[in-house]
Design a protein around this ligand. Structure first.
Ligand SMILES: Nc1ncnc2c1ncn2[C@@H]1O[C@H](COP(=O)(O)OP(=O)(O)O)[C@@H](O)[C@H]1O
Ligand SMILES: [Mg+2]
Length: 269
């Protein structure tokens, strides 16, 4: 494999995860409303360390809101949210900032710095830590770019990349922060089908090689089948299903059956 030379570097930076006894991330009866609009109504689910949880559901059901709650960008109205084994409800902004180094998010648009090269974008979180020499920084950034399959794009600007490639770079940058957990918001939407498969494979590779806890928000059932240890399905404010992909396939719930049948139509079409 072409990336093996770079992997030991990456492996040494990625061993900081502390084993937690319980779930790494957990929602216990979490509710969130905006004004009179109830988005989440006593929603419960969890992800164990090194597991991948997929949050599924139609547009507007509160998937992105759930990620924002995990990151502490939004506050729950009630219920308990555990991140990295800690109840985050009472955490100060500075504690949340520390937590955001352990749990990073890959935004849908990549949120890269437009004026920095791809390599500099990935080196940025590494440089912020101030632990590596300039040579080491570039070496680790190169290794991460190779890991996500865009090694040859190091000197390009984000504007020169396709949406899918930007997302790969965003994943490399998230990895550079040496997180214990990565949150992905709709990683395969708005890219072509081939790129969607590549991005899914990349997330799967990171899961298998680095054992990071991951939360993947998606409405792509094929991606969920590929990645998920557990799935939570949100519908009209409720978590109407929480279980394994296999259990979901067996579910008799009409909403779930409809979702799965629509998905089959998409595969046929
Ligand atoms: N900051 C906000 N202020 C008011 N309403 C919001 C805010 N963020 C999200 N919402 C509303 O919450 C609902 C769920 O949004 P979201 O989580 O983004 O949906 P999705 O499942 O498609 O990711 C939507 O109706 C959205 O308009
Ligand atoms: Mg969303």
């Amino acid at each position: 494999m072409s990336t093996t030379g770079a992997m030991p570097e990456i492996a040494t930076v990625m061993t900081t995860a502390s084993p937690a006894a319980g779930p790494y991330i957990e929602f216990q009866k979490v509710s969130k409303a905006f004004g009179t609009k109830v988005v989440l109504d006593e929603v419960s689910f969890f992800a164990m360390p090194a597991e991948t949880l997929c949050i599924l559901g139609r547009s507007g059901v509160g998937k992105s809101v759930s990620l924002a709650l995990i990151m502490g960008f939004l506050k729950a109205d009630s219920g308990q949210i555990t991140v990295g084994g800690e109840d985050i409800s009472g955490l100060s902004e500075s504690c949340l900032e520390r937590l955001r180094k352990r749990v990073t998010m890959v935004f849908q648009n990549g949120a890269l710095f437009d004026s920095l090269s791809v390599g500099e974008n990935v080196a940025f979180p590494l440089r912020e830590r101030g632990e590596l020499t300039e040579d080491q920084l570039l070496q680790v950034a190169d290794g991460l770019l190779q890991l996500v399959g865009v090694g040859e794009m190091r000197d390009m600007l984000p504007s020169e990349l396709s949406t899918g490639m930007k997302r790969s770079v965003a994943i490399a940058r998230a990895m550079a922060a040496q997180p214990e957990c990565i949150l992905y918001d709709e990683p395969t939407t708005m890219v072509d089908p081939m790129m969607a498969i590549l991005l899914g494979d990349l997330i799967l590779k990171l899961k298998m090689q680095l054992h990071l806890t991951s939360i993947v928000v998606t409405h792509d059932m094929r991606l969920a089948r590929k990645l998920a240890d557990r799935i939570v399905f949100l519908h009209q404010g409720k978590a109407i299903f929480f279980g394994t992909p296999h259990e979901m396939e067996q579910s008799e719930l009409p909403i779930i059956r409809e979702f799965l049948e629509l998905d089959e139509l998409k595969i046929d079409g």
